[in-house]
Design a protein around this ligand. Structure first.
Ligand SMILES: [Zn+2]
Ligand SMILES: [Zn+2]
Length: 370
């Protein structure tokens, strides 16, 4: 059975032959992987910036964005049957009894850091023909989302962030009532998305459907299919090569929300300086080693205090975010059918995975199809 693996020792990325996995516990399911998405995290793992093999192995099977078909279930499995489509969540709980987050099923908030993540940290991932996993981590996908279900995992980043933003907006200006329909929650407010990669674009789609006047700010200049996509969903694109942060503020007015999806610390720090009064700044990018930058922390601190600002970091994601992501994929397709059909740039055989991961990203999301 084929799998795409990274060997941190000799620094290699290649196809490996693995033994066919078998069910060994009653709550397990056997999955046939249909799609595995490629993202920046895979690129960093395959550049040996991070990624840890499971204990005892010299390689890590990568892949954390997946869509799979259940082909066999253990005797204790209740929710799933062969033929069901699922998207597995990625993070698995730490073993410590004291970790309130993991012990309550919220391992995305793990306190100890001893969690594992499939395809990233100490557990093999989903870029393989077959995988065994536990029922509790499976999110059921309706059959009509077969073609785009692989986007659910990257979409959970925005879903988890937006759920927290709405909760805060109920406690703070503009004091949104909990029963406010989702599409009205951002009305009259402006959101600025930093970055035009898959996380930024999916985030912009969530914000537009929540009623925010949404701007996307990145280096890219037209013509670009990604800029076309921003405009097709009704967001406004501004290139950082055409306007500074200062000019951006003049255009937008009070920036109520900034959704960072780049992982570039200097860019994020500059953006924090234009966050508006009562503004919320969400960080989703994970920067690698970057050059030191000069900053004026006193000014940042003064602004944050005097403007009631919130700085929020968020890592994906729990079952609620997966459920919202699957609902939103359906909503996106009804609202923007042409856009959604372009989100997956291409499906490729596993043999092409190493080149695709390490090469320049083509289209919006490349997918390995088994
Ligand atoms: Zn990813
Ligand atoms: Zn934990």
């Amino acid at each position: 059975m084929k799998a795409v693996a990274v060997f941190p020792g000799p620094q290699e990325v290649k196809i490996v032959e693995q033994e066919f996995p078998r069910l060994t516990q009653p709550d397990q399911v056997l999955l046939r992987i249909l799609d595995a998405g490629i993202c920046g995290t895979d690129r960093e793992i395959c550049s040996f910036e991070y990624g840890t093999p499971p204990p005892g192995d010299d390689y890590l099977v990568i892949g954390h964005e997946s869509l799979a078909e259940v082909v066999d279930v253990g005797t204790a499995v209740e929710r799933l049957a062969p033929g069901d489509l699922v998207v597995p969540s990625v993070r698995r709980p730490c073993p410590h009894p004291c970790c309130l987050a993991c012990r309550s099923g919220h391992q995305d908030y793990c306190y100890t850091g001893d969690f594992s993540e499939r395809g990233i940290k100490e557990a093999h991932g989903y870029m393989a023909e077959y995988v065994v996993d536990h029922e509790q981590y499976m999110n059921v996908v309706p059959p009509h989302l077969r073609d785009i279900g692989v986007l659910a995992e990257p979409l959970t980043i925005a879903e988890k962030a937006v759920a927290q933003i709405f909760w805060m907006m109920q406690q703070r200006p503009p004091w949104i009532a909990p029963e406010t329909p989702r599409e009205e929650r951002g009305q009259g407010l402006s959101a600025l998305v930093l970055g035009i990669g898959p996380v930024g674009l999916l985030g912009a789609m969530v914000l537009v459907t929540a009623g925010f006047t949404t701007y996307v700010y990145s280096r890219e200049l037209p013509p670009s299919p990604r800029i076309d996509l921003v405009e097709a969903i009704g967001a406004i694109y501004v290139s950082s090569q055409a306007a500074t942060f200062g000019q951006l503020t003049e255009q937008i007015g009070n920036i109520d929300l900034i959704y960072e999806a780049v992982g570039h610390s200097h860019f994020a720090l500059q953006a924090l300086q234009v966050l508006g009064t009562n503004g919320i700044f969400v960080l989703t990018g994970v920067p690698g080693l970057q050059a030191f930058v000069e900053a004026d922390p006193a000014r940042l601190m003064r602004e944050m205090v005097l403007k009631n600002q919130v700085l929020l970091g968020t890592v994906n994601a729990g079952p609620d975010a997966f459920a919202s992501a699957l609902r939103d994929l359906d909503r996106f397709r009804r609202r923007w059918p042409a856009v959604v059909s372009t989100l997956i740039g291409g499906r490729y055989p596993p043999e092409q995975a190493p080149d695709l991961i390490l090469g320049r990203p083509a289209g919006i999301k490349s997918v390995i199809a088994f």
